[in-house]
Design a protein around this ligand. Structure first.
Ligand SMILES: Cc1cc2nc3c(=O)[nH]c(=O)nc-3n(C[C@H](O)[C@H](O)[C@H](O)COP(=O)(O)OP(=O)(O)OC[C@H]3O[C@@H](n4cnc5c(N)ncnc54)[C@H](O)[C@@H]3O)c2cc1C
Length: 433
């Protein structure tokens, strides 16, 4: 099939690769001048099977981290409703299935296409309150048989799990995933794009999709407009259409299907896109800092893989000779790509407390990014309500962990095959209507 993919963030590139693997002709439309220019630009990437345990240990019964701040009451109400006992277990099982399937698919791609990107193993989630420790131990007792990859580590044994981690008087222990992963998501996205191109996928940049239309039996038309980069802001400004560049696609040939891989595109292009109610816009700040001594980067300096403080909702993780720190999700639209001091100071403090002196904070790169965060913590993958129109987004903090698996699921659905191991109904856009 000839399939248009709208958006070249992590979700769009993984979709393009999976569709190309299945022999489809994927054409990716991206309004920015390269891939991973918006929500996937400087994102943290951490994955571990059963990561929800860390959030549940600090009281987020649903396993979905609570965003900071108030607002979007309908979203908050949906989150509360999805934390009711009858809804929780199937959803957590789906999250675990995506954790496992994502890791397996990523490993398969890495082997088959020699994807080169910085990745590291070991994830620790530190717990500070006695009640959280008790909850974590009880959760492990209940679920460990299903998740043999996670274990409890007492505070005094933490240096064995993560040699660079400093002791902290109030840390009582941690959940530890020795095979959990951390990675450089942008490198991953570029490697995936190259693999997709090798298999025939086309990427068209600075092309803003403005409308979608279909006529019965005649396929989908993708109306688009070329954009030029605004050098000052890095944001694109609209320009009149220009000459069609070489790599452009033939606009006269319709598509058999369209996959929307962006919340913004869904809200704009799908009639009744139902933006805020079902999937909130959420923002998060990150800082990326070099390790103080790059020569020692491979040794016990800085995080071995990833460090999480689920109570403070801060994540630190290794990316080659750099470390990335990310703060709590905040509901709302981003106001610019540069976060304020109030957002980044807790990240510097966490870095210094956990890995004192390991990084050069004076050379930090600051960023603020947005993603769609569904109230039940599961992505949106499936038919959009019109034949040949598909949604793939809402991966919130899991586009790297789950994207390879949700791309495979989506390709199965497009091909009319029964998905393997994941209950597609739990991810279907229909659940949010
Ligand atoms: C702060 C932060 C922390 C994260 N932490 C993690 C983590 O720990 N683990 C993990 O796996 N993932 C993590 N993520 C990733 C997260 O999962 C996001 O969901 C992911 O980056 C979003 O990717 P995307 O491709 O869905 O969206 P985006 O990267 O935003 O891509 C959408 C693209 O669509 C384009 N677009 C939109 N409308 C149009 C149009 N009309 N025409 C053409 N192009 C269009 C945009 O320009 C954009 O490039 C994090 C993300 C953020 C922001």
């Amino acid at each position: 099939m000839r399939i248009a993919v709208i958006g070249a963030g992590l979700t769009g590139v993984t979709t393009a690769l999976e569709l190309s693997i299945r022999g489809h002709e994927a054409v990716v439309f991206e309004r920015r001048s390269g891939i991973a220019a918006e929500g996937s630009h400087a994102l943290p990437c951490v994955a571990a099977r059963g990561l929800w345990l860390a959030h549940a240990a600090v009281g987020a019964a649903s396993g979905v981290p609570a965003p900071a701040g108030r607002g979007q009451w309908l979203w908050q109400w949906r989150r509360h409703r999805s934390a009711q006992p009858a809804a929780v277990l199937p959803r957590l099982a789906a999250q675990e299935a995506l954790d496992a399937a994502g890791a397996a698919r990523r490993a398969a791609w890495r082997a088959a296409y020699e994807l080169a990107y910085d990745h590291h193993s070991g994830v620790v989630a530190v717990l500070r309150r006695p009640a959280d420790v008790q909850r974590a131990r009880a959760l492990l007792d209940t679920h460990a048989a299903r998740m043999p990859g996670v274990r409890w580590v007492e505070a005094d044994a933490l240096p064995q799990a993560d040699p660079g981690l400093a002791g902290a008087a109030d840390v009582r222990g941690a959940l530890h995933w020795p095979a959990g992963e951390a990675a450089n998501g942008r490198q991953f996205a570029h490697a995936v794009k190259a693999a997709a191109q090798d298999l025939g996928a086309k990427f068209l940049f600075q092309v803003d999709v403005t409308a979608l239309s279909s006529a019965a039996g005649a396929g989908w038309r993708v109306a688009r407009q070329r954009r030029a980069e605004d050098a000052d802001s890095g944001l694109a400004t609209r320009q009149p259409p220009t000459a069609v560049p070489d790599e452009d696609d033939d606009e006269t040939v319709p598509f058999d299907a369209v996959v929307l891989c962006s919340r913004a595109a869904v809200v704009r292009l799908v009639p009744g896109g139902r933006g805020g109610a079902a999937w909130g816009a959420a923002v998060q700040a990150t800082v990326t800092v070099p390790l103080r001594d790059a020569q020692h980067a491979a040794e016990a300096v800085g995080p071995h893989g990833a460090w999480l403080d689920p109570l403070a909702r801060i994540t630190l993780h290794r990316m080659g000779d750099r470390v990335r720190a990310a703060g709590p999700w905040q509901l709302g639209e981003p106001a610019g790509a540069r976060p304020g001091a109030d957002a980044v100071q807790p990240l510097f403090a966490a870095l210094e407390q956990a890995y004192p002196g390991a990084t050069r904070t004076a050379r930090a790169q600051l960023w603020r990014g947005a993603a769609a965060l569904t109230a039940d913590g599961l992505p949106v993958v499936g038919p959009a309500g019109q034949p040949g129109l598909w949604l793939h987004h809402g991966l919130a903090a899991r586009a790297w962990s789950w994207g390879p698996a949700t791309s495979a699921l989506l390709a199965d659905l497009i091909d009319g095959r029964a998905p393997d191991g994941i209950d597609a109904a739990l991810l279907s856009p229909a659940r949010l209507r």
